[in-house]
Design a protein around this ligand. Sequence first.
Ligand SMILES: C[S@@+](CC[C@H](N)C(=O)[O-])C[C@H]1O[C@@H](n2cnc3c(N)ncnc32)[C@H](O)[C@@H]1O
Length: 348
Amino acid sequence: MEYRTIAYKGSKRKLLEQIQSYAKEIKAKTFFDGFSGTGIVSAHMRKNGYVVAANDLNFSSYVYGSVFLNGFEKDTVEEHLSHINQVSPLSGWLTANYSGTSARVIRGTGGNIEERPRGFIRANAMKIDAAREYIESKKKLLSEHTYNALVFSVILGADKVFNNSNDQKSALKEWTKSARKPVIFKSPTLIEGPRGKQLHGDILEVGLSGDMVYLDPPYTHGVLYASCYHLNDSIAHWNKPVLDYDYAIPRPIDVCFRKNAQRAGGFYNKTSARIAFENLFKKNRAKRIVLSYSDAPRNTLTIEELIKIGKCYGNVKVDSLAHQLCMQPKSQLQRSTQLKEHFIVVDK
Ligand SMILES: C[S@@+](CC[C@H](N)C(=O)[O-])C[C@H]1O[C@@H](n2cnc3c(N)ncnc32)[C@H](O)[C@@H]1O
């Protein structure tokens, strides 16, 4: 089944069957998706009959997971979407900050200034502004599930026409073909299956539950999810945050971690990540914990370090799958096939 969700670094879209096979082996009925990201693992497991609870730190992930695990009123969503796709464009917060071009000093050129795309062509940014304002204006009349599904649809539309499919930290030098296409808002996939629950918080503070717990944490401080996908969070909240314009693409000031000398959370730093994993494993009463991690050279922890932590809590088996690491945006693909995605399976 094709699940409609956003593009995301580290998405497990291609590994869904493998993840499900670990739950099948122990005849799990309940499943916890601890770092749910795009919500695709939760969606797949619900679709296959598992009772799923999920969690992520990012608010946009809360929206995706809520939609996949609770569903929505399909006809109402379709009705609003046909209106949203026709709504008069509006120049608002997104258009002002993320559309057209801006003059930027280009790194490594000795201070050269060039006019570069900011993310969206103006016509698309105005449609996204109008769509998101429309949903907000109807919020009181909509059920929470319909509201979340519509917000997800706007994020999906924006994701398709953003001028960089890799992340939202920068935009490509030239407008891509997809960025020039008119934005279309489509509903996310409606999943049927047992109803689940999406949580939103630091996993270290959220209670874990389920026969099988799946953990797919960030692997490296090079991919700080809150900075990589800040625009999805801003569209989800629609709180029009104050931005820092020193970046290639303006960023909400609360996700400029390095500049604010702030930590992004326990999993991005070697010492705190080791402690975080130990605490997570200790807290767990699941029959099985499955941890995804890769062996890229700049990752926070090594596979060996994680195996050692796992062994303190149960029997460990490791499956390694060949994995392709995307080193560059799509337009300049460079792939390495040396890397492996590991599943560290810990049974109590
Ligand atoms: C590798 S991605 C997960 C991808 C997901 N499995 C998928 O297929 O879409 C890692 C996720 O961990 C989340 N995250 C980072 N630190 C976290 C924390 N302390 N608690 C909960 N989630 C966290 C990030 O927001 C990100 O969505």
